[in-house]
Write a protein that binds this ligand. Structure first.
Ligand code: PBG
Length: 310
């Protein structure tokens, strides 16, 4: 009876797997704060992508982790056609073709030695407009490397318009933009810093949103849509379900939510201690996100959850 009357149904196709690939390693490296998640080698990344396809997951979002020596102030490795993210995009496309929607994180933080999402000005502040120029170039190299979708995640003003123009400018109207529309300055990104070997000191409060604010998200949403976003995302997911519901009610484009590293770590840690039922808790968090309006869910459990649902 409960199954018959359920208002919300999770499907493997709702799920998108975020995955990390690290340059210069022979074996995958476990991420301590995210048990079960690894910095992949190109080989294990291919395997993970193939497993996601087999489980019915619909997409993968790639993050590149360059060698430390390749990080610099401008995040040059992010626009190098042979940079780790571009190499990974090509490898995954070769592995899965069009069976999985291949997405790339479009942000500089993994590639800068200061760890910020953009380039800095003389005073050490993130320079919004200089960063946009870097994002335009990143979008083009990611499209060339095979991304079906790019995900600008740096929260710079005007980033969606600049990325759209850059893609159209090289004849890639076919590459879609998943806009990180409402991205909050969150404590729950903690484990991600380890996952990408981030060198960030300080915080991202000058460009990410204040957890106290809701209306600001709708303004970001209007701007992203006007600039050409094809899909919009709220991030983190769990602590921002009200934002997700508001966004979902007010748009006619697909709405995504990103269940981030800290949300994953909390459940894994409590389950490891035997304090909660792991699988039930995983599906409950995902059901809550979908119920709130997240029709596409980025989650580190994507492949496992898809298997549970089958
Ligand atoms: C930016 C980016 C971040 C995450 C995804 N893209 C880090 C940040 O904005 O601080 C976090 C994802 C997670 O915590 O799982 N490149």
């Amino acid at each position: 009876m409960r199954r018959m009357v359920a208002e919300t149904r999770l499907d493997p196709a709702d799920l998108i797997l975020p995955a990390f690939v690290r340059e210069g390693i022979g074996e995958p490296v476990a991420i301590n704060a995210m048990p079960g998640v690894y910095q992949h080698t190109l080989d294990t990344l291919r395997k993970a992508a193939a497993e996601a396809v087999a489980a019915g997951v619909s997409g993968i979002m790639l993050f590149g982790v360059p060698e430390d020596a390749k990080k610099d102030a401008a995040g040059t490795a992010g626009t190098d056609p042979d940079g780790i993210l571009q190499v990974a995009l090509r490898a995954v496309r070769e592995e899965v073709g069009d069976d999985l929607v291949v997405m790339s994180d479009l942000c500089l933080d993994e590639f800068t030695d200061h760890g910020h999402c953009g380039v800095l000005d003389a005073e050490g502040r993130v320079d919004n407009d200089a960063t946009l120029e870097r994002y335009a170039e990143m979008a083009q190299v990611q499209a060339d490397a095979g991304a079906h979708v790019v995900g600008p995640s740096g929260m710079m003003d005007g980033q969606i318009g600049v990325v759209r123009d850059a893609l159209d400018g090289i004849g890639r109207e076919d590459v879609s933009i998943l806009a990180y529309t409402a991205k909050y300055s969150s404590a729950f990104y903690g484990p991600f810093r380890e996952a990408v070997g981030s060198s960030l000191k300080g915080d991202r409060k000058t460009y990410q949103q204040d957890p106290a604010n809701s209306r600001e998200s709708l303004r970001e949403l209007a701007l992203d849509l006007e600039e050409g976003a094809d899909m919009v995302m709220v991030k983190p997911a769990g602590p921002y379900l009200d934002i997700l519901a508001k966004v979902a009610e007010s748009v006619d484009v697909p709405v995504a939510a990103y269940q981030i590293s800290g949300e994953y770590a909390m459940v894994e840690a409590a389950a490891e201690k035997g304090w909660i039922e792991r699988e039930r808790a995983i599906l409950e968090t995902l059901t809550g996100i979908k119920r709130a309006g997240g029709q596409m869910i980025l989650t580190y459990w994507a492949t496992e959850a898809a298997r549970m649902l089958r």
